[in-house]
Design a protein around this ligand. Sequence first.
Ligand code: CA
Length: 454
Amino acid sequence: MWFLVMLWASCLLMGTHAQSSASFRRANAGSGRCQYTFTVDSPTEASCPSAVSSPEIEALKSRLGLLEALVARLIGGEAMSKSTQGSGSQSGLQDSYKQVMGENAQLQREKQRLDRQVQNLQQRMEELRQEAESLRSRPCMQQPPPRVPQTDNSFRPESDPAWHYENPGYQELTAVVTEVSAPNLEGPADISGCGDLVWVQEPEVHRKADGIAGKYGVWMQDPEAKEPYAPEMVWRIDAVGSEVRQLFGYENMDQLSQGFPTKVLLLPESMESTGATMYRGSLYYQRRLSRTLLRYDLLSESIAARRDLPHAGFHGQFPYSWGGYTDIDLTIDENGLWAIYSTNKAKGAIMISQLDPDNLEVKGTWETKIRKSSVANAFMICGKMYTVASYTSPNTTINYMYDTATSQGKTISVPFKNRYRYNSMVDYNPAQRKLYAWDNFYMVSYNVRLGKQE
Ligand code: CA
């Protein structure tokens, strides 16, 4: 036994001397056991075979190559992106521009289509208006206006239900509407000199006021103009508002139509009503909030005369049916200057006074039997006062005439048109032989014809 051990030890020692690179190592193998490892050089192998097989290396190389290619592509893509960014933005802008231009063209086409529609509608409206005018102008089966006595003495206002006096309101009132059959379009023949009003032509438009201040007003020409103004001069006052003081002058009708005043005067005292008038180089008007009449001299541009109109109502006490403050209506005819108004004593009936145009003294007064608030407006022709029945009805009448020469009145029926349905002023110009009116922003005139006195 000992021999065997010694032999193994001898061999081991001999082996150790013979192979110096051999080694012996002991390690804990776990689970309470020891692991003994002998390492010796191999005479046939220079080294141990690699634990990693060659195909695995090739696979790793391949994967690495792929990763490098991917990184290169990413870096290259970013660079390319940077290089192509400018051209891309430009392309986008061009696309947007094309799109906007396309939409713009479409909108233009839409606008043109709508414009055509508007034109068609306007044309249709005009056709309808003409059709309506044509229908109105046809004679219709209508009761003739009631016959009334020819003289004022036998005219009994008590029988007229519209006559009974009521305190007139301060608001605009509804007018009496009188529809009548159409006139003869040719109209009766005109005479020269004075006569009765027998025919009023269709209104002629001269100008439409631009602003709200021109819804109503007064416009006129001086029938006996004085220097420095020619007879063609046209005067205009927009009457909306509490401080009515501006008087616009236009060289002629064309300048009025074009809206170019050549003169603007500021009245020293503000005006009331639409009853102002122009005569012999002076503007006559009612001073605001008073029964004071003023004569404003155009040459000196100052007040030349002032006088109260005795007992005259003012500021909405006795207006026309149109309302407002149309209490005192000054008007001109072949015989001079007149005032149309009312008093408490007359209980709202129309009073007529002829005035001295120089100092405004009352030269004569007449009391009619027609209630002022029952008519839309009034004017004088040849010493006779005429009233307009309605300010809103497109087809109304001159319905009453009072002759100051005979102190007698009578109802009449001369057709009269309120084309724009809000006629706030009507007055006569004896030189032009026309009525001047202000109908809902429109400055219009009417040719008239006078006939022989009945
Ligand atoms: Ca008048």
